[in-house]
Design a binder for this molecule. Sequence first.
Ligand code: XLS
Ligand code: NI
Ligand code: NI
Length: 435
Amino acid sequence: MTPFFADIEPITYQGTDSNAELAYRHYNPTEMLGDKTMAEHLRFAVCYWHNFVWPGNDPFGGQTFERPWFDDTMAAAKLKADVAFEMFALLQQPFFCFHDFDVRPEADTLAASNARLDEMVDYLLAKMETTGTRLLWGTANLFSHRRYMSGAATNPDPEVFAYAAATVKQCLDATHRMGGANYVLWGGREGYETLLNTDLKRELEQYGRFLSMVVDYKHKIGFEGTILIEPKPQEPTKHQYDFDTATVYGFLKKFDLEQEVKVNIETGHAVLAGHSFEHELATANALGIFGSIDANRNDYQSGWDTDQFPNNVPEMTLAYYHILAGGGFGNGGTNFDTKIRRQSLEPDDLLSGHIGAMDTCARAFKNAWQMQAEGALATPLAERYAAWDQPWAQAMLSENASLEAIAAEVERKGIDPTPRSGRQEQLENVVNRYC
Ligand code: XLS
Ligand code: NI
Ligand code: NI
């Protein structure tokens, strides 16, 4: 054990009557809902980067956290891994996620960086073995280093494209070796700052080719996890190509990848795109590309991607409602791509953030489960569309239908629609009853 978390005991479920700081009040990992435990339904993951790599900087100030592993050596990387897995053991969440950049210091050449990653993967694998923590997804950081300032796959310089491709190959190998359930691509710099220097068509072609090669490679090595794109409209670039779920779908369709790639939807990114979280989830369900979530919220006043822990039960209830409506998580899960505030200096602040988030999600999930079981929204929804079950209505959607035939039918039947209430307020009240 490292001294970092000192004598803090593993976090346990203590029920809603508990006043303990470090306890779950709603997340009871072994509680059954249907034929699965809450742990199996929610598939919580802790992210490596915000918790153990981010130094607490913001655009106006630098590091606020003092961590003994903040150093560019392999010894520091191993200490960081020790502390990370100690936190995973304390929280007892089943999964974690990481970027290559989070777990190994970068070396002078790509080959040397790769060797360091390999060494760290061995180190992490041993820890996964002892703690039982699994990998929800791995990913490559193709946005922090200055070589990526004009993009990775969409860079005007083919050398950067090549470097990024080699890096993703390495990270896919690592994710595969660690039994990852998914592999994520978040295109932080795949976008542009100004159209004055950007050939949009060319960059999208490059991106399409890149992603096709990622999918080919996944099949070559026999990786059975899901490839996920994480949509985000902007930040860091002014405009990102993976703007939102619908945009990603159009892109996948163009490159024949819509059966191969799904989306990892982040609460705060949905809001940045001018949507709600549930809009993005429902869209992904409708298009058949739902994969996984990053459950971190934004500050809704500042409008930035502040990566805060989820704390809004009604918002998460509707999110899980749509996830359940789509059949729940397959390979996906609930990742906390979250960071404590830069003034939250203490080790136990890291724990409090996750405990609150897991309790929020557990409450929300139970609400959603109940809503689903009782058909609270599904029954009125089915009623709203029930008239479409009539044969003449179905016929209008068949391939034989035509505008002329429908026009004749309107005249023959004297069709004259009667407007019906959408019942929005009643439905909002229904949701509130469950929250
Ligand atoms: C940034 C993204 C990032 C991805 C992983 O906004 O959310 O953290 O999840 O690269
Ligand atoms: Ni984000
Ligand atoms: Ni994210």
